[in-house]
Design a protein around this ligand. Structure first.
Ligand code: NAD
Length: 694
């Protein structure tokens, strides 16, 4: 039973229940309409209390119904709200803890609202590129005034019910027994006899013109790529100028437009992709996680420090182990400095800083890792060093401890084989800066146990990371794909492009930073070292030497005052470099390539489709289990524009047939075998007119 009906003291108590957050699915909506109707005919009933069973009122639409016919089947939410609003007996929405989206819209349709003292309300639809489509843009301004309503609708952030008490949104904040308080309030409401409706109120607007102008100014930056905030304002403004019914019509029109927009599709994809990433096809969701009460981190360098911060931020104690005291001191000082910056900006108090630092036990002895439930190594990227470290921790770690490597390029199966417990070994590939970046690639070795994966996925949530599982391959999901992207960028330099043009073209597409500016920021020497190592491992490896030339010239990037661009001391602004541009032109001549003008559209396609094709291979090989996982890696770790939804969704939106044709064109124009050998999966899906994402 989604909705229960009981009569208490002459008040019909209608409780809807659809765990975990009482999403308003079809059964719940039907049940509410039915219960409200029943109460009209129930002679002993003088008023109705509508509330959510379990711990919340309602989180809004049921996301499991999204994109299914049930989502819009009658009674839809409009019909439910109309049934509530037109009740001949007063309806009191009793908001326990949370009313979001459709849940708040439903409450706004009631004649009265009461809330628990801790209740929060929000209209967060804008975050998935939509607007509240069940009257929220019309009723909320009438309930709480234009300025604050616009802020809530356009920003999507939750607001404490207590801030909206005193007749604005909530008629009463009920202390003590909530249901008893709500029922008592409903009896008083019945005695009053009135049936106040939010839709009949005037909007308290003040200088409406100024409020709308200010709201538009505030969204100007985001509005370049996201239409939803502007549509929210348009819908509210229409209702303010032309009345409730006309506003409702405009709200529906705007909602329908947004629903079809690529930006909303991208945002919804990211929203669902995040949830889907935590589900691993062959690991049942009820797999018990191992308890993690203490974490060991080995190496207090760039990554080890950031990794440590993640855990102490979440209240988990960390044992931080180094080989030398000075390295340990440097690592701890960097962590402290990071927190001090947060204290300065007001994000953290000085006490919080100290209590976090107190969670770190630093040591020069591996013996101190004995009690850790999870040990993550972030030592030098050399297999021999990893071997030494894993043999040591295998001898020390307690039974059942998870042994993780933060390696970005080494084979996790080889690392696991250094231990007698490969089933406990997993890759936890954090991204730099590890305390900031959302992405965590969880690298599943051949023998990694399912409960180890389940544990790491749970832990990732605790430390607020987006965890995506990758199989073992060179570069895992993200770096393997980015290698093809960078390769295309370098090829295009040889063919006629210059760093500034290539960067600008892809930044115009929406990337935060083009490949050359990015490389200058990270340090060109990192890739150089990897290329050198690979050339030794595989002497027949063929690659463009243009980036090596740059490094041979000492141009490692921002840190050396020059890379692909020139930099002035203390300034990160990239200035095109004549020296580098001349070097590029000379290199083209040397390699016998006639330079030509590259169109920006070609630059964008070659960079993005390089990602797409490698992504298709990654899917085909089962390195990623679904296309949305690849998109999550790119959205959270590589600055792929959110409004485009990730490389695989972008390819789906432009059409895989289009991608395939473009690849054929580039194969003919460049002779590059990368383009003439498209991934089998891409070829097959394109031929069938299908998509990567379902
Ligand atoms: P780093 O050089 O900044 O730090 C490595 C630290 O490990 C040093 O402080 C060193 O003293 C310590 N160390 C070395 N051998 C040790 C041992 N046997 N026992 C204890 N401590 C030891 O390196 P980093 O950039 O932090 O990289 C660490 C790991 O993280 C590497 O595997 C790297 O591939 C990976 N990674 C780095 C990045 C990045 O952007 N820097 C990103 C993802 C992953």
């Amino acid at each position: 039973m989604a909705v229960s009906y009981a009569v208490q003291d002459g008040v019909a108590l209608v409780t809807f229940e659809n765990p975990p957050v009482n999403g308003l699915n079809h059964a719940t909506r039907s049940g509410i309409v039915e219960a409200v109707r029943r109460a009209q005919d129930d002679a002993q009933v003088v008023a109705i209390v509508l509330t959510g069973g379990g711990s919340v009122f309602s989180g809004g639409a049921d996301i499991t119904e999204f994109n299914t016919p049930a989502a819009i089947a009658e009674p839809n939410l409009h019909t439910v709200i109309a049934a509530v609003e037109s009740s001949t007996k007063p309806v009191v929405a009793a908001v326990n803890k949370l009313a979001m989206g459709g849940g708040l819209e439903l409450a706004l349709g009631a004649h009265y609202r009461v809330a628990t003292p801790d209740a929060q309300v929000a209209l967060p639809e804008v975050k998935i590129g939509l607007l509240p489509g069940a009257g929220g843009t019309q009723r909320l301004p009438r309930a709480i005034g234009l300025g604050i309503a616009l802020k809530m609708i356009v920003g999507g952030e939750p607001v404490a019910a207590s801030k909206l008490a005193g007749g604005q949104l909530f008629d009463e904040i009920v202390e003590g027994d909530f249901i008893a308080g709500a029922v008592a309030f409903a009896r008083q409401a019945a005695a009053r006899g009135a049936l106040p409706r939010v839709r009949e109120r005037e909007i308290a607007a003040g200088d409406a013109h100024a409020v709308f102008a200010q709201a538009r100014e505030q969204i100007a930056q985001a509005a370049k790529h996201f239409p939803a905030p502007g549509k929210c304002i348009e819908s509210v403004e229409h209702g303010q100028q032309h009345g409730f019914d006309a506003g409702l019509v405009r709200e529906r029109e705007c909602f329908a437009e947004l629903l079809e927009s690529p930006e909303s599709r991208a945002l919804r994809h990211a929203f669902f992709g995040e949830r889907a990433a935590s589900k691993i096809p062959d690991v049942p969701s009820n797999t018990p996680a191992r308890p993690i009460r203490e974490v060991g981190v080995i190496g207090a360098g760039t990554m080890g420090g950031g990794i440590t911060m993640n855990f102490i931020n979440a209240g988990l104690p960390v044992v931080l182990v180094e080989t030398k005291q000075d390295a340990l001191d440097r690592g701890l000082a960097t962590i402290r400095k990071n927190y001090e910056r947060n204290v300065k900006s007001g994000k953290l108090t000085a006490e919080q800083l100290e209590s976090r630092m107190a969670l770190i036990r630093s040591s020069l002895s591996f013996d101190d890792l004995k009690s850790a439930d999870l040990i993550i190594e972030a030592v030098f990227e050399e297999l021999s060093v990893k071997k030494q470290v894993f043999e040591k921790i295998d001898a020390i770690a307690k039974a059942g401890a998870i042994l993780a490597s933060n390696t970005s390029t080494l084979d996790v199966d080889k690392i696991a084989a250094f231990t007698k417990r490969p089933e406990d070994v997993v890759g936890m590939h954090f991204f730099s800066p590890a305390n900031v970046m959302k992405l965590l690639e969880v690298v599943r070795g051949e023998k990694t146990a399912k409960d180890v994966l389940a544990t790491v996925m749970v832990l990732a949530k605790k430390i607020r990371k987006t965890a995506v599982v990758s199989g073992v391959c060179d570069g895992f999901i993200g770096n393997r794909m980015v290698e093809q992207y960078v390769r295309q960028a370098l090829e295009m330099l040889e063919e006629g492009g210059l760093p500034e043009q290539i960067d600008k073209a892809i930044e115009q597409f929406g990337f935060a930073m083009g490949p050359f500016r990015m490389s200058d920021l990270a340090g060109n020497d990192i890739g150089w070292a990897i290329r050198k190592r690979r050339s030794i491992e595989n002497p027949s490896l063929v690659y463009s030497k243009i980036a090596d030339r740059l490094c041979e010239d000492g141009r490692f990037g921002q840190k050396t005052g020059g890379g692909w661009y020139d930099y002035q001391a203390g300034d990160r602004t990239a200035h095109p470099s004549k020296r580098v541009d001349d070097m590029i032109v000379a290199y083209s001549a040397e390699t016998g390539k006639a330079r030509r003008t590259l169109a920006d559209a070609e630059i964008v396609e070659r960079l993005v489709f390089a990602l797409v094709n490698e992504g298709a291979k990654i899917l085909e090989e089962g390195i990623a289990s679904k296309a949305s996982d690849i998109d999550m890696v790119y959205l959270t770790g590589y600055g792929f524009p959110l409004f485009r939804g990730g490389p695989m969704l972008y390819a789906d939106m432009v059409g895989l047939g289009h991608v395939k044709q473009a690849m054929e064109r580039y194969a003919a124009a460049t002779g590059d075998t990368f383009w003439s050998k498209p991934a089998t999966l891409l070829t097959e899906l394109a031929a069938q007119g299908r998509r990567f994402n379902g």
